[in-house]
Design a protein around this ligand. Structure first.
Ligand code: NAP
Length: 316
């Protein structure tokens, strides 16, 4: 029987820490599980050079390695993996259908753990110079800027963490932040402020990214002084927040004003048998540790839902 013909107990959408943890827990509950991931196991964390705050790894662990280990653990307990892009879902009826670039998969329950992606900044030059100096991933592209000058936009954990990684390659790293106070956790602020290669430009925004074939400069504006100026740079990395990956749902499930999926404490959405876990969910703290927690809870909830269905069927 092909994977497309099979009816799985659980389809997990997204192979990040939330999805893979759900797969580990569900497989151990002896559910048949298929994880659908479009790119890399680990999701966003696979593009993080080092994860320092996941308990149990006092020396930190590479994001890519953590993703691979989570996948291995899920496979060890019997989870299957499909590499495909999700196009749409059909949540009506007892069997949920997930249409992908590799055909449609069927499941009696569904956990949506599709995470987030980087938000664009939306300035002139960004779209045109994407991949030619405009990037959203230091771990992927940082090494191209050896001894160069780069700008990192944003004041959150991602911006500061990646600015610090960038100092391994670049000669000079500007952090451009729109406020006079950083949002990132204190330890990252301390490290960034102490790093001689980093200069933080507060109350400053990027108005334009300039260049013909690749990024040559950025036009900045200081919001307090209302003055604009241009600095020559080789690259610009944008870390201005995240957008939830929910387009394939076509508005089917309840979402917050920012598009994140709304669940209760058991990770249940408004549709019976459909759960959400990890960064795609409306929550206050987006970390690996909260993603894996969501994943575990969602899997146990899915298993309970299936038990109740079986009980009901038995009473008929
Ligand atoms: P974030 O926390 O939402 O920070 C986005 C930053 O971009 C903020 O500083 C924000 O400024 C700025 N920004 C937003 N829109 C902007 C615009 N249009 N123009 C200029 N600046 C703009 O996003 P993140 O840093 O990617 O983090 C996302 C989540 O992942 C967070 O929960 C974070 O804790 C987590 N994370 C954790 C770690 C870690 O634990 N090591 C690492 C990475 C990410 P304001 O501050 O003024 O709003």
């Amino acid at each position: 029987m092909t994977r497309q013909e099979k009816i799985y107990d659980l389809l997990v959408l997204g192979g990040g820490p939330a999805g893979l943890t759900a797969a580990i827990y569900a497989s151990r509950s002896r559910l048949t599980v298929l994880v659908v991931e479009q790119m890399l196991s680990g999701g966003q964390i696979a593009t993080t050079e080092k994860v320092e705050n996941y308990p149990g790894f006092p020396k930190g662990i590479g994001g890519m390695e953590l993703g691979q280990l989570l996948e291995e653990q899920a496979r060890n307990f019997g989870s299957e993996m499909a590499l495909a892009t999700i196009e749409k879902v059909d949540l009506d009826g007892e069997i949920k259908k997930v249409h992908t670039t590799d055909g449609a998969f069927q499941g009696r329950t569904l956990i949506i753990a599709t995470g987030t992606r980087s938000s664009p900044l939306g300035v002139p030059g960004e779209e045109e110079l994407k991949g030619r100096g405009v990037s959203y991933c230091v771990t992927c592209d940082g090494a191209f800027f050896q001894d160069g000058t780069v700008v990192i936009v944003g004041g959150g954990d991602s911006a500061l963490e990646e600015a610090l990684v960038m100092t391994k390659y670049a000669a000079k790293v500007y952090i451009v932040h729109r406020r006079n106070e950083l949002r990132a956790v204190r330890i990252l602020q301390e490290r960034a402020k102490a790093n001689p290669k980093i200069e933080i430009l507060y109350n400053t925004v990027v108005r334009k990214i300039n260049g013909k074939d690749s990024v040559e400069s950025v036009t900045l504006e200081n919001l307090e002084q209302n003055n604009g100026w241009e600095i020559e740079v080789n690259g610009i990395f944008l870390y201005v927040g995240l957008l939830p990956n929910t387009e394939f749902l076509n508005g089917v499930l309840t979402r917050s004003e920012n598009g994140y999926l709304i669940t209760n404490d058991n990770m249940e959405t408004a549709v019976p048998g459909v759960f959400a876990a990890g960064d795609v969910r409306k929550k206050t703290l987006r970390q690996v540790v909260t993603a894996v927690s969501d994943g575990a809870i969602s899997a146990i909830s899915a298993a309970k839902y299936l038990d109740q269905l079986t009980e009901k069927e038995g009473m008929k």
